[in-house]
Design a protein around this ligand. Structure first.
Ligand code: MG
Length: 259
């Protein structure tokens, strides 16, 4: 099933589900008891929002060997984690804003895990029972600030630096899904999630050994090789086989312009 968060007109955001290009509202909580209403709204008639409102976004660094090599760093022996603030989240169609502090903002196409059930010290075997589904994430990074600061909060944490969407797919095998990132139609990244150093269950278990995972929390599972610069006026399209496409234009944060 595909869960969305959406808005029509001036109504408040709400959860829904997608069936054959149509959206139906959902009553109740997608993390608990819910009831689906008939899907009658054409997908293009609603505004899709980020499909979750996470309490935290946990990101995995260097989880594809090819990406570690292109950055000139070793693959970590245990998962390398950092956080992005929830205020960085935007949905599909919303603009990534290039902040004036950075001269090098880059895209990072990633499979995003959406937690469905709270847990701490989750075992490998139990991990899948704590996952609601999967969406697409872009771990947008101000590379120059990441390198200069040594710790990554600023370089990873600007508003709009965490596009998520277009929806949560509950029926996906995360072990072998193709990830592709295009900027203005040019292919920048293409890889399978089977090339991850640490698997999704290993990441859920590891992160939950550090911090309690709550429903709606998101784990960004790392990016494959091929990261590259973004400039105002670009359009970034990340596609994951079995999920769909997350599409975001890029603009200048101060002027709001495409240049
Ligand atoms: Mg990343």
């Amino acid at each position: 099933m595909r869960f969305v968060r959406f808005q029509t007109g001036r109504d408040l955001p709400r959860y829904g589900w997608v069936y054959e290009e149509k959206v139906g509202p959902i009553d109740g909580s997608i993390f608990d008891e819910f009831r689906r209403q008939e899907a009658t709204l054409p997908l293009e008639s609603v505004r899709l929002l980020a499909p979750v409102v996470p309490s935290k976004i946990i990101c995995i660094g260097r989880n594809y060997a090819d990406h570690a090599y292109e950055q000139g760093v070793e693959v970590p022996e245990i998962p390398l984690i950092f956080l992005k603030p929830p205020s960085a989240v935007i949905g599909t169609g919303a603009a990534i804003e290039i902040p004036p502090q950075s001269q090098l903002v880059e895209h990072e196409a990633e499979l995003a895990v959406v937690i469905g059930r709270e847990g701490r010290w989750i075992s490998l075997e139990e991990a899948k029972n704590h996952i609601l589904g999967y969406t697409i994430g872009n771990d947008v990074t101000a590379r120059d600030l990441q390198r200069r600061d040594g710790q990554w909060t600023r370089g990873k944490g600007f508003d709009t630096f965490c596009p998520l969407g277009p929806w949560i797919e509950t029926d996906l095998d995360p072990a072998d899904a193709l990830i592709r990132c295009r900027v203005d139609g040019e292919i920048r990244q293409m890889a399978s999630t089977r090339d991850m150093v640490f698997t999704v269950p290993q990441l859920v278990a590891f992160v939950s050994s550090v911090m309690r995972l709550l429903p709606g929390d998101v784990i960004l599972t790392g990016t494959p090789a091929g990261i590259g610069p973004l400039e105002a006026g670009n359009k970034v399209e990340i596609t994951i086989e079995g999920i769909g496409s997350l599409i975001n234009p890029v603009r200048n944060a101060i002027t709001g312009q495409n240049t």
